[in-house]
Design a protein around this ligand. Structure first.
Ligand code: M6P
Ligand code: ZN
Length: 190
């Protein structure tokens, strides 16, 4: 028998941000998000080095491992491209039967979930909210609050990412700051 006195993986109790030597962090800057926001002209003239969101994740098993799990923290900065709030790119899973949990830990925003028939629903995210993303459902998080939005996620190691469908077809709605309030605009195409 052996007892590990220090767990290998950790998160901050305050905002639930993961940390530790095995954490891999990636950043998405304005310059990485071509064609993600509706006003591409505006995005292309903004500071390309400005960070929109970052993801820190733990991969205890190799990507693709059946039965494995990944966990990650995403931090979406407060900001807008024109009037559209900062958000994640969003994706379907490559393995379409994979589902995922998101849960909010700091700030507020919205989780947009869209089925393959493009019908969508939105859940408010705030500290303590848990969001189940079913199979065959694209997901994106939008920071509609007035501070950073932080959420955690847990998903199967063999889920994979399908970004192309969203890149080519977009989500069926976008969320804009209209006179200080988040407003959902349905969009057939991006
Ligand atoms: C969550 C998880 C990650 C994802 C991240 C950012 O942490 O779903 O798998 O990478 O959000 O979302 P996206 O990859 O769509 O930009
Ligand atoms: Zn996912």
């Amino acid at each position: 028998m052996s007892i590990d006195h220090v767990s290998k993986y950790k998160f901050n109790i305050g905002d639930s941000v993961l940390y530790g030597t095995d954490t891999i962090t990636t950043q998405k800057k304005i310059g990485d998000l071509k064609d993600v926001f509706q006003n591409e002209g505006e995005r292309s003239t903004m500071n390309q080095e400005s960070i929109v969101y970052s993801v820190s994740l733990l991969q205890p098993v190799k990507a693709g491992t059946i039965g494995g799990l990944f966990i990650g923290t995403s931090i979406i900065e407060q900001g807008q491209v024109d009037k559209e709030y900062y958000m994640t790119k969003g994706h379907f899973h490559q393995n379409t039967s994979s589902s995922e949990f998101y849960w909010g830990t700091h700030g507020s925003g919205m989780v947009l979930m869209m089925k393959q028939d493009r019908s969508f629903h939105i859940e408010h995210m705030s500290p303590g909210s848990i969001h189940f993303i079913p199979a065959e459902t694209a997901h994106r998080v939008i920071n509609t609050g007035n501070e950073k939005l932080i959420f955690n996620a847990c998903w199967p190691a063999d889920a994979g990412y399908d970004y192309d469908t969203i890149y080519n077809e977009g989500f069926s709605c976008r969320i804009f700051n209209h006179n200080g309030s988040p407003t959902i605009i349905e969009t057939d195409k991006r």
